[in-house]
Design a protein around this ligand. Structure first.
Ligand SMILES: Cc1cc2nc3c(=O)[nH]c(=O)nc-3n(C[C@H](O)[C@H](O)[C@H](O)COP(=O)(O)OP(=O)(O)OC[C@H]3O[C@@H](n4cnc5c(N)ncnc54)[C@H](O)[C@@H]3O)c2cc1C
Length: 533
C-alpha cells in the first residue's frame, strides 16, 4: 500500500547552507528505554547525541507501571515465555525475534539491576508476579508500580555518566534528512533557538508510541506518533499499523486524565464488575480477568453497551489497604486523590489506547531499508508482538533492540559522505487555515469512534474521508512550532491506521472487525506494509 498522494517529503523549508549545523557519530532520537539503552551501548565506541522533544522524563517509559518480563524462576523456561508471546501474537510474530528477545531478557534485566534499578526483591532475588497471557510469574517490578520510572531514572543516570553522550532536551525532530536512500541526520527545532540540522554517521529512531491519536489513552502527551510519520516521509516501510492495543482498565473519572490501573491487579485477584455489580468476565472467556488485553477490552466495551453505562468497575476490596499502598503506591495515591477508599469503594474503569503494536519495519539487527538508519522500541515493528503484545514485553523489547541498535550504529563503517547540501521548498498554498487545536481534538475523537477497539468498513471509510479533508488544509502549511508538526504527523498516521484497518478484513489479535469477526488465515496470515512511492 502507499500513503495518500498529498504526501510531502519534508514538513519545513530546508536550505542546509543557511541553517546552524552540528554533527555527531551516532544520533539517537528519543530518551525512553530504547533510546537511552541504545545511547549507552553506542557510547562504548563513539560520540552520541540524544535528542528529546520534552525533558528526559517525558516518555511512555517513565509511566510504565506493571513491570518487565523475563524468565527468573527455575519452574519457568524460555520455551514457556516464547510460547506465551507467540500465542498472544496470533500467528504474526517472527519466531527468530521472539527467541532472541526472550533469551536475552534475564541478562539485560540483571544488568539493569546491577546499574541500580531497584527491582523489588524476595529472599534476595528479583521478585516476579503474574500478568494476563503469561503462564508463569515472570514480571519484575520496581517500587511496586513505579517500574518505568525506576528504569528510566537508572538509564538517565547511566547515560549522564558517559562523557561522550550529550543529551539535548526540548529538541523537536521534524524530519530525517536523506539522500540516495541513506540517512544523513535530522532537521529539527530547538526551543529558543529555532531550526537546525544535526548530521550523523548513523541515526537511531526511538520516538516511542502513538496513544495520543485516540481521545482515550494511557499515553502521555509526547506520544504523538512522530517517528512513524517521519520514517514514512523518509521512505521506510511501515508495518501492521492496524494493530493498536487498548488497555482494558484506565481510571474513568470525567475530566481526569486516563491513568492506567495496572493489570497486575487482575493477576493478583482484582475482579471486574459491571454497573449492576455483577462479575461478567467469565461470560466472555474462561480465563476471565486473566484473559489477554484485547479480549478483556472488548468484553468491557460490550458489557458497557449491555448495561448502558460509560464504564465498569474494578473491585480490589480484597487487598489489605496498607500492603496495597506499599505494593501499588501510584494507584494508591491516585485513588486517594479522587476520594476512592479501595477497602470500600469500587474503581470506575474503561479501556483506552495504550500501545502501538505496528511500526517501522526492522530486521534482527534493528536495520531499516534506509542505510544508516536504525529503529528500536515502540516505534519499531521487530516481529516480537505479531498481532498483539504480551504485557510487559515492550520495556523488554526496548532494552534488547536498544542495545542491538546502539551496537550496530557504533560499529557500522560509514563511508565519508561529506556534507551534501539539502534544499527543499514547500509550494505556496492559498487554502484557508483550520484551527489546529480543534482539528486535533476532532481527529482524536474520530479515531476513538471509527478506528477504535472494534471496527467496521463504513466507519473506517468515513474516517479516511474526514481525515483527507483535514489533510488538505493542514498538510499544505509550513508550521513553525511543534504543535503544528505534531498535528501533521498525527493526521498522516491516523490515515495510515484507517487504511491498514480497512484492508485487513478479518479479526486477529488487537484488530477486531465487527463485519469480519473471525480469523482468516487463508488470506490474512501476512503483514500489512506501507511505503511511500
Ligand atoms: C501508562 C503506561 C504503562 C505501561 N506499562 C508497561 C509495563 O508495565 N510494562 C511494559 O513492558 N510496557 C509498559 N508500557 C509500554 C512501555 O512503557 C512503552 O512501550 C515503552 O516504554 C516505549 O519505550 P520507547 O523508548 O520506545 O519510547 P518512549 O519511552 O515513549 O520514549 C520516546 C522518546 O522519544 C521522544 N520523542 C518522540 N517524538 C519526538 C520528536 N519528534 N523529536 C524528539 N524526540 C521525540 C519522547 O520525548 C521520548 O523521549 C506502558 C505504557 C504506558 C503509557
Amino acid at each position: 500500500m502507499t500513503p495518500s498522494p498529498d504526501f510531502r517529503r519534508y514538513l519545513v523549508d530546508i536550505d542546509s547552507a543557511s541553517l546552524p549545523q552540528q554533527s555527531t557519530d551516532c544520533l539517537v532520537i528519543g530518551a525512553g528505554v530504547a533510546g537511552l539503552r541504545a545511547a549507552i551501548e553506542a557510547a562504548g565506541k563513539c560520540s552520541v547525541t540524544v535528542l528529546t522533544k520534552g525533558t528526559v522524563e517525558d516518555s511512555n517509559t517513565w509511566h510504565a507501571q506493571g513491570g518487565i518480563a523475563s524468565v527468573q524462576n527455575k519452574d519457568d523456561s524460555f520455551e514457556s515465555h516464547i510460547e506465551d508471546t507467540l500465542r498472544t501474537g496470533c500467528g504474526l510474530c517472527r519466531r527468530d525475534t521472539v527467541e532472541l528477545v526472550v533469551r536475552q531478557a534475564p541478562q539485560l534485566v540483571g544488568q539493569l539491576f546491577k546499574w541500580g534499578a531497584g527491582f523489588d526483591l524476595t529472599h534476595g532475588k528479583i521478585a516476579t508476579t503474574l500478568e494476563g497471557g503469561h503462564s508463569h510469574p515472570r514480571i519484575a517490578h520496581a517500587h511496586g508500580d513505579e517500574t518505568g520510572k525506576i528504569i528510566a531514572q537508572t538509564l538517565i543516570a547511566k547515560a549522564r555518566e558517559q562523557r561522550n553522550i550529550k543529551i539535548i532536551e526540548n529538541f523537536f525532530t521534524i524530519d530525517l534528512l536523506t539522500t540516495d536512500g541513506s540517512c544523513l541526520g535530522v532537521i529539527g527545532w530547538e526551543k529558543d533557538k529555532g531550526l537546525r540540522i544535526v548530521r550523523a554517521a548513523n541515526t537511531i529512531l526511538a520516538t516511542g508510541g502513538a496513544g495520543q491519536l485516540y481521545r482515550e489513552t494511557t499515553n502521555p502527551s509526547c506520544a504523538t506518533a512522530d517517528g512513524l510519520a517521519i520514517a514514512c516521509r523518509a521512505g521506510a516501510v511501515l508495518c501492521d499499523l492496524e494493530f493498536v492495543q487498548f488497555h482494558p482498565t484506565t481510571l474513568y473519572i470525567a475530566g481526569a486524565s486516563r491513568a492506567l490501573i495496572t493489570e497486575t491487579l487482575r493477576g493478583e485477584g482484582a475482579v471486574l464488575l459491571d454497573a449492576k455489580g455483577r462479575a461478567f468476565m467469565k461470560d466472555y472467556n474462561p480465563a476471565a480477568e486473566l484473559a489477554s488485553r484485547d479480549v478483556v477490552s472488548r468484553a468491557i466495551l460490550e458489557q458497557m453497551l449491555k448495561t448502558k453505562s460509560t464504564h465498569v468497575y474494578l473491585d480490589i476490596r480484597h487487598f489489605d489497604k496498607q500492603k496495597f499502598a506499599k505494593r501499588f503506591p501510584v494507584i494508591s495515591e491516585l485513588c486517594e486523590s479522587f476520594d476512592i477508599d479501595i477497602s470500600k469503594d469500587l474503581i470506575p474503569v474503561r479501556p483506552s489506547a495504550h500501545y502501538m503494536v505496528g511500526g517501522v519495519k526492522t530486521d534482527l539487527g534493528a536495520k531499516t531499508g534506509i542505510e544508516n538508519l536504525y529503529v528500536c522500541g515502540e516505534v519499531a515493528s521487530t516481529g516480537l508482538h505479531g498481532a498483539n503484545r504480551l504485557g510487559s514485553n515492550s520495556l523488554l523489547e526496548g532494552l534488547v533492540f536498544g542495545r542491538i541498535a546502539g551496537r550496530a550504529a557504533s560499529e557500522s563503517n560509514t563511508a565519508d559522505r561529506g556534507e551534501p547540501a539539502i534544499r527543499y521548498q514547500i509550494p505556496h498554498s492559498d487554502r484557508s487555515r483550520l484551527d489546529a487545536t480543534d482539528v486535533k481534538n476532532s481527529l482524536r475523537a474520530l479515531m476513538w469512534r471509527n478506528a477504535g477497539i472494534t471496527r467496521k468498513a463504513q466507519p473506517l471509510k468515513e474516517a479516511q474521508e474526514i481525515i483527507s479533508f483535514w489533510q488538505r488544509y493542514v498538510m499544505d502549511k509550513a508550521f513553525d512550532s511543534p504543535q503544528g508538526w505534531e498535528l501533521q504527523n498525527m493526521l498522516t498516521v491516523c490515515q495510515l491506521i484507517a487504511q491498514s484497518a480497512l484492508a485487513r478484513k478479518e479479526s486477529r489479535g488487537v484488530h477486531f472487525r465487527n463485519d469480519y469477526p473471525v480469523i482468516d488465515d487463508e488470506h490474512f496470515k501476512r503483514h500489512t506494509e506501507i511505503k511511500r512511492e
